[in-house]
Design a protein. Structure first.
Length: 256
């Protein structure tokens, strides 16, 4: 009895199906780009992250974050670059040793974001500290003279006063309100949750990592081997395609 050959059946497949199968095999074998962030290893600039979208030999980005720093504008640019990587069909995963304002913002740009068990979380919103040296200088016989044209010209107050003037406090409050609104909006957009839920989490902080998962701000609490098993399961059972489509179709209307 002759064993039938599968070659004619393969040749009968449409050319686009053969190319799709070849591409799927190549993506499955492609490695993740692991990036360790923290200490002397800062988060790469947005341009470098965005370049991964066009890299044919990379399956995705695996971020291992100890502590995240940087200006908010740079972080938002990085989140938008991660969204472009996801829309190009790459998986983006992040693990956090601790979760603060910056880490929560970065997590919003990932397909899956995990905190380690027992991780500290302090997502308390944005604030700042104003320092004044006027009283210190006066005690040492040093006078600091400054001329300001307009009541909101507060630069010289740092050395001429011991506390902030009312116009200075008002200007700083407006600046922080704008920055916090930008922070909340970016997280809500990329996590696809209402802005009110982000603000509720800020008001309830500090909280456990499990509480952030319940509010939709993280995807899980797990150790490294558990995260790896979960991601491999996503890729194996085909749920990765759903994540890719979700990122490609993301719009601001989804959270309003």
């Amino acid at each position: 009895m002759m064993t039938p050959s599968t070659t004619p059946r393969l040749l009968a497949l449409p050319w686009w199906a053969l190319l799709a199968a070849r591409r799927a095999v190549a993506e499955f074998r492609a490695p993740f780009l692991e990036l360790h962030v923290g200490g002397r290893a800062p988060l790469p600039p947005a341009e470098a992250i965005r370049a991964v979208a066009d890299a044919p030999d990379v399956r995705g980005i695996w971020l291992r974050v100890e502590r995240l720093g940087g200006a908010q504008a740079s972080l938002i640019a990085a989140v938008e670059a991660l969204a472009a990587v996801r829309a190009a069909g790459r998986l983006v995963v992040a693990e956090f040793d601790a979760v603060g304002n910056a880490e929560l913002l970065l997590a919003s740009g990932c397909d899956r974001a995990y905190a380690r068990p027992g991780a500290q979380t302090w997502c308390v919103g944005l604030g700042t500290t104003l320092r004044f040296f006027g009283d210190f200088l006066s005690r040492h016989g040093i006078d600091f003279d400054v001329e300001a044209v307009g009541e909101f010209k507060a630069f010289g107050e740092t050395f001429a006063r011991g506390f902030a003037s009312s116009p200075n406090r008002e200007a700083m409050r407006c600046l922080l309100d704008d920055l916090q609104a930008e922070w909340v909006s970016a997280i809500a957009l990329h996590r696809r949750i209402p802005e009110a839920r982000v603000l509720e989490a800020v008001g309830a902080s500090p909280m456990s990592a499990e509480a952030l998962v319940e509010r939709g701000l993280l995807d899980g609490v797990a150790y490294d081997d558990e995260v790896r098993a979960h991601v491999e399961a996503l890729v194996t059972v085909g749920q990765l395609k759903l994540l890719k489509d979700d990122a490609a179709n993301l719009t601001g209307d989804d959270v309003r």
